[in-house]
Write a protein that binds this ligand. Structure first.
Ligand code: 3PY
Ligand code: MG
Length: 253
């Protein structure tokens, strides 16, 4: 899959995407006509499993929207399985240290440098493009996103972003707010301090800073702050928010 996402990130471009949690290819198919750079299909929270992931990435084949998967955990087996389905990137939750970041890189790298088993089923077009895939993927396509969402990750963010192979450090505001002891207080000073620290480390090590932004206004403000990999909301939240507002206007709420 030649999506060009890694090249855009390397050039320092702003890349916009969204989170997919609804188990229907229609959603991804509809999103594929929009000028999004990526979608993350979320296997951490919500009901999606590995077979669902494969069905959801199929409509993106040959298009310009790069499919990424968030794994349930930074885990060897999960990383291997999602890559074999044909995503170009992996988002790993709770990457808290240099060791966690190095593990993510190793899980997504073929031996002898890494420990990814060789069997890129759909990723290699069922073997038809095996040689091309194994030769190009890590260098030209693979996007590794380390989520920064704990106190430890913020302390150690410099170590995390200095690991070769990490392309994006992505703040998970919800988890981070809980882990900072300020649950759901997304405007709290402590969260703002953490955000600044992540931005600074990313700039120093030339890694793209990423964050989740629930509204377009917030996405714009985050881009102005320096974020380069921004999730503009999530499918199910966008849907619910639309109906909530509509029902409010119609006097039902
Ligand atoms: C979080 O907010 O914790 C996330 O992982 C996603 O943004
Ligand atoms: Mg999270």
């Amino acid at each position: 899959m030649h999506t060009g996402l890694k090249a855009k990130i390397r050039r320092g471009e702003l890349v916009l995407g969204t989170w997919v949690t609804i188990n229907s290819p229609d959603v991804v198919d509809a999103l594929s006509d929009l000028p999004l750079d990526w979608v993350v299909i979320d296997l951490e929270h919500g009901p999606l499993d590995i077979g669902d992931l494969q069905n959801l990435v199929m409509p993106l084949r040959g298009g310009s929207v790069a499919p990424l998967a968030r794994v349930p955990w930074n885990d060897h087996v999960w990383v291997k399985r999602v890559l074999d389905v044909g995503v170009v990137g992996v988002v790993a939750p709770w990457v808290n240290s240099r060791e966690d970041a190095e593990a993510l890189v190793r899980y997504s790298t073929y031996p002898p440098q890494g420990v990814r088993g060789v069997g890129p089923r759909r990723a290699s077009r069922y073997g038809l493009k095996l040689r091309e895939y194994v030769e190009r993927f890590e260098r030209e396509e693979r996007v590794l996103v380390a989520q920064i969402e704990t106190l430890e990750a913020v302390w150690r963010v410099e170590e995390i972003v200095s690991v070769e192979g990490i392309d994006v450090a992505f703040i998970g505001p919800l988890d981070l707010s809980f882990n900072l002891g300020i649950p759901l207080q997304l405007n709290h000073e402590k969260l703002r301090e953490a955000v600044k620290k992540v931005l600074k480390a990313c700039e120093k090590h030339d890694v793209a800073p990423g964050i989740f932004a629930p509204t377009p206004e917030e996405a714009r403000a985050r881009a102005e702050e320096g974020f380069r990999f921004i999730a503009i909301n999530m499918d199910i939240n966008a849907l619910i928010e639309y109906y909530r507002r509509a029902l409010e206007k119609l006097g039902r709420l």
